[in-house]
Design a protein. Structure first.
Length: 620
């Protein structure tokens, strides 16, 4: 995959121009001043978010591009608890503020609470003191902002409790949870609040809650903060009996780094779920994870690892396990663990990893009998989607490579990461399989063990491109094919390394948020995509990982491996906030990180010898 270093150099060569993220003032135009403000956003560029993280949202807007005004001289924001109260602005009315700012205007009204919905609009005055029409009304819905908002408990399979001394194989085996419940009619709204120590995939009445979301909730310093997600599931519920089901795997929470196998699959993953239902009459019902939830580890995914792939056994498929009428009498009751007041549960600060695109194989060739290699035509990050003919009892093995060496499959650059999936069929015919709890960087997919009487076809394999969901803005184009390819490679480098955190690489046994790589690439990435929220969220993790003496680990989140600090790498905590401020004008990114910046400078002072910092550093 392309590294941050090469991408940065290329971005400089190309001279990519800054594209507005939606939070910069636009003051050019040709129409009347009565045109209302547009592109309303909150925080780091969110449009009508649900499960929002700030108790005091920051509002931004743009002036219409076609307007006779040259600049804004004043604005007024109104915020209400309902659209019908927008005229009286029962939560906040800024009244007319003489100010040209169109970004990062902080809410200053009635204190807001978890779950609260608010509706807002804005109007502006031009340099001639002519007022515009009101903008469209936009909404914001807050998530669960405090641990005390949770009635749920952490749940897991009782055999995985540490007191039971579970094997690593058992911890690496995904868990499956079920809870059935009955609802009255006239549900007004329903919200699913969910997170995991590990990775989760939720379903209601057999339907995926968020089909495109993957590897949720993401990766944060788990001992300090775990992000939660909010989903609107109103339309998925029905009168009478319902079923809430979730699968769970260890992911980054219980995975190793590099070759430290002794740390792999040691911590048992845990699930936290709270479904809140509100009826038209105002009554509420809460379905929270507790010991009444049923759990099993006898499902088809028998092994899952971010580095080493996934194993699937078709004979263990549980037909209708996500539905109400499934018989779970043989399943165990969940073991429960209380919330830890020292670990913050907070709404996710940026969009999750999602399936963003699908690539079709451009070529398929056989290297041996019963072995086929599929070329996706592009080095990508994600997982394959397979529809392959199989023979009962004959294991199918799927391997991955970024390159071929003299026509042969090349995997040495993955080092200890096996990046191998397996599928054990219990019947002959076509199978559909997509890995759930793993990811890798690859261009080539090798499939072996399929029905060798069938001729491999390109449509057997497609590639599901995954990365944190953001708007891609880069659109460089020239008459020079090599420059165009260079630009395209930079974009794919960004897409492949923005995987919930800013990775250094997405394929081998590392895949860490190296601070040095991040500080080099932050500015080019802001030219290329709307990734301010992505960076702001990661900086919170950096703050949480800073040592009491000001030391900044080499990579964030920190997992014990290389435990020294380095100039250039740790300097990211001063460089990145400043670069983001220069790009956005948002003073919050400076105030949020100022104390961290000061503490890092103090750490430099502690390393001084004869007025020079003597801390460890890298040769590159």
């Amino acid at each position: 995959m392309k590294t941050f270093f090469s991408s940065t150099i290329a971005a400089a060569v190309l001279g990519v121009s800054l594209l507005a993220t939606g939070c910069h003032s636009v003051t050019v135009g040709t129409e009347a001043a009565s045109r209302e403000p547009v592109n309303l956003k909150v925080g780091e560029g969110f449009v009508e978010p649900m499960g929002y993280y700030e108790s005091k949202p920051r509002f931004s807007w743009q002036l219409p591009q076609q307007s006779t005004s040259n600049f804004q001289s004043a604005y007024q924001i109104q915020v209400a608890s309902s659209e019908k109260y927008i005229e009286e602005a029962d939560l906040w009315d800024s009244h007319k503020i003489e100010d040209s700012s169109t970004s990062w205007v902080a809410y200053q009204g009635v204190p807001l609470n978890s779950r609260q919905q608010l509706f807002w609009r804005v109007r502006s005055w031009n340099e001639h003191h002519q007022v515009s029409a009101w903008s469209d009304i936009h909404s914001v819905e807050l998530g669960l902002l405090q641990n005390t908002d949770w009635l749920a408990q952490w749940i897991g399979h009782p055999d995985t409790a540490l007191g039971e001394k579970p094997s690593r194989q058992l911890i690496a085996t995904p868990q499956y949870f079920r809870k059935t419940f009955e609802l009255e009619s006239n549900v007004r709204q329903a919200r699913l609040y969910v997170t995991a120590k590990g990775l989760f995939k939720p379903f209601i009445n057999g339907q995926s809650v968020a089909a495109k979301d993957v590897m949720t909730p993401g990766w944060t310093p788990y001992s300090k903060r775990i992000e939660t997600l909010t989903y609107d599931v109103t339309a998925m519920l029905k009168d009478g009996d319902n079923a809430l089901a979730t699968s769970l795997a260890g992911g980054w929470y219980s995975g190793r780094v590099f070759e430290f196998f002794e740390t792999d699959h040691v911590l048992p993953p845990r699930l936290l779920v709270q479904l809140e239902i509100e009826y038209d009459n105002g009554n509420t019902k809460v379905i929270a994870s507790d010991k009444s939830w049923k759990v099993s580890q006898n499902g088809p995914i028998t092994f899952a690892s971010t580095y080493d792939g996934e194993s699937y056994d078709q004979s263990l498929e549980m037909v209708n396990w996500k539905q109400v009428d499934f018989n779970d009498n043989q399943w165990a009751d969940s073991t429960v663990e209380p919330l830890d007041a020292n670990v913050k549960l907070r709404p996710k600060r940026h969009a999750p990893i999602r399936v963003i695109d699908t690539l079709q194989a451009v070529e398929v060739f056989s290297s041996d009998q019963g072995v086929a290699v599929f070329d996706m035509g592009q080095n990508m990050v994600g997982v394959p989607q397979l529809r392959v003919p199989v023979i009962e009892g004959q294991k199918v093995t799927i391997r991955y490579a970024e390159a071929l060496q003299q026509g042969k499959f090349y995997t040495e650059n993955y080092r200890s990461a096996k990046v191998t999936d397996s599928y054990n069929p219990n019947q002959t015919g076509d199978i559909d399989y997509t890995p759930t709890f793993t990811y890798r960087g690859f261009r080539y997919v090798e499939v072996s063990g399929f029905d060798a009487t069938q001729v491999p076809k390109r449509d057997w394999v497609s590639g599901l491109v995954q990365h944190s969901d953001f708007e891609l803005l880069a659109d460089f184009d020239s008459s020079h094919s090599k420059l165009n390819k260079l630009s395209e490679n930079i974009v794919w480098g960004l897409r492949g390394n923005f995987y919930d955190i800013p990775l250094d690489c997405p394929q081998r046994d590392e895949r860490l948020g190296w601070t040095g790589d991040a500080q080099v690439f932050v500015t080019p990435s802001m030219y290329m995509a709307d990734v301010y929220g992505f960076w702001s969220a990661w900086l919170e993790s950096v703050r949480e990982e800073q040592g009491p003496d000001g030391k900044i680990p080499l990579y964030i989140p920190f997992v014990k491996w290389i435990d020294f600090a380095s100039s250039g790498w740790g300097d990211a905590v001063t460089i990145i906030p400043w670069e983001l401020y220069q790009m956005t004008g948002d003073e919050t990114v400076l105030s949020d990180n100022y104390q961290m910046m000061r503490q890092w400078l103090n750490y430099h002072q502690l390393q001084m010898k004869e007025d020079r910092s003597s801390m460890m550093t890298f040769g590159d």
